[in-house]
Every structure is written in C-alpha cells, then in structure tokens.
Design a binder for this molecule. Structure first.
Ligand code: DGL
Length: 272
C-alpha cells in the first residue's frame, strides 16, 4: 500500500452487500471510474438479508461499514437494497463521509424509462415489505402504477451458482408471471443479485420490457459526488488496489466474482 492512501482522493470506495450481489455495482465502478480502488465486503456467512428483521440488517450493515472505515474509504456504497431499505438515513447519521444506497437511483431510471406508466418491482421480502420503492416512485410521479413482487429464492439461486438450471427458470417464471399479466413495460431489479441473472429474467419477461438495475446510476452518482467534493482520484500511474472481503468461505464468491468481473478475484475471510 502506498502512503498516498491517506490523502482523501486516493482513498478507496467501500461497497457492501450480503454476498455477491454488490459485484454488479463493482463492475459498473470498474467501467465508469476505472481509477478508483474498491474495498468490497460480502456478508456471505449471514446472507440472505432479505428475510431478516430490519433492525438486524441495520446492525450487520453498520458492523461492515465500521470495518470498511478501517480500510480508509472516502465513500460508502450500500450496494444492497435490503440494507438500504433497512436504514440508509441511519448509516448516514453515524458517518462523516458520504453514504449512498441503491433504491433512489433505480427509481429515477425506471420513472424515466416507462412509457405506459406500469412499473414492476422485484426484490427480497425485506425490501418489498418496507415499501421503499413505492414511496420513492410516488415522490417522483404519482400517476405510475406499481406492481411489487417479493422473490426470496432468487438470491439463493445466484449465491449457489444455480442460475443456469431448469429449476431457476421455473421459479423465475412463477415469480414474474403476475408482472407479465399486468403488462408492465419496466421492471426494477430491486436486489443487486438480480443483474447476475439478467439473461434469465430477460428470457421470461421478453425483449420489450426495460430491466432497470441501479448499478449504472449509482456509479454515476458517486462520480458526481467525487467531482463536486474534489474527491476524484487523479489519473496518474499509481496502481489501483482492489480488495475483497467475505464473512463466509471465499471459494464460491471468488468463482462467481471472477466470472462476472472477468478478472481474478481473491477474497479474504473476515469473521465478526
Ligand atoms: N443483494 C441484496 C439486495 O439487494 C441482498 C439480498 C439478500 O441477502 O437477501 O437486497
């Protein structure tokens, strides 16, 4: 590690999720902010977050945020809808660096994309029951019709590397059939794990439906914050230093990560 990591713009971006889902956000950071170093934490030993109570998820997220702060980060990205829904304002209160979450960016993109004003939202049980998407959509547009479906099994399908199985197709068809019946033209992937199974969701929903992932929007938001606050990392030859941490065993995380990010992923286990 070089001593420039103590200078604010050289600090890393901390990204957290319950597991591999936040890698969809990491990939977008690699694309839009290639000079930024990433410190990632996947809480694989305690996933899924979706079925847990909000106060428990808040506590886990805060523990991870405290860990990320020991790694010299200048921004925390809560790349998990369940953790965002459980307490984004709460994390912000505890920290003196910016904290951003995944719900608002996806909502903005969906409201812009819909033509027929019928938006589907899929997410974990925790995210859907929080009503966070409905609230944020209504803030932007009161005329939109929203159809929300909790899809608890999808996270487990992704984490266990089962996306390409016939069971995954069957379960996805079942979850999404109400959205097809309601003729939504836009579906918010309200869980960061879902972009890891976009092909399957696309196959079920068809080509005409807009699939919205917050990843692109959230990287754009981070770029805006860095530009505005003078935190963009200068484009000089100092090498980026990405670090991945998990609370469970690293092997499946590394395998999925490598396939999805297209480069070797070495993860270190941290036990709380
Ligand atoms: N990827 C997460 C989300 O966006 C968490 C899924 C889970 O652990 O249940 O909600």
């Amino acid at each position: 590690m070089n001593n420039e990591t103590n200078i604010e713009p050289y600090k890393a971006v901390g990204i957290l999720d319950s597991g591999v889902g936040g890698l969809t956000v990491v990939r977008e950071f690699f694309h839009q902010l290639p000079y930024e170093s990433i410190v990632y934490f996947g809480d694989t030993a305690r996933m899924p977050y979706g079925p847990r109570q909000h106060d428990e998820v808040r506590r886990f997220a805060l523990e991870i945020i405290e860990f990320l702060q020991t790694q010299e980060v200048k921004l925390v990205v809560v790349a998990c809808n369940s953790a965002t829904a459980a307490g984004l304002p709460y994390y912000r209160e505890q920290l003196d660096i910016p904290v951003i979450g995944v719900i608002e960016p996806g909502v903005r993109a969906a409201v812009e994309a819909t033509q027929n004003g019928r938006i589907g939202v899929i997410g974990t049980t925790g995210t859907i029951s929080s009503g966070a998407y409905e609230r944020d959509i209504r803030k932007l547009d009161t005329s939109v019709q929203i159809f929300s479906v909790a899809c608890p099994l999808l996270v487990l399908i992704v984490e266990n590397n089962l996306v390409k199985t016939p069971e995954a197709l069957r379960v996805t068809e079942e979850y999404l059939s109400p959205l097809k019946e309601e003729e939504v033209d836009t579906v918010i992937l309200g869980c960061t794990h879902y972009p890891l199974m976009t092909d399957l969701i696309r196959e079920v929903m068809g080509d005409k439906v807009n699939l919205i992932s917050s990843a692109e929007e959230i990287a754009r938001e981070a770029k805006e914050i860095f530009t505005f606050e003078g935190l963009l990392r200068p484009l000089n030859p100092v090498k980026v230093n990405h670090r991945f941490f998990v609370s469970g065993k690293p092997s499946i995380f590394e395998e999925i990560g490598q396939r999805f990010l297209g480069k070797p992923v070495k993860a270190y286990q941290v036990i709380f």
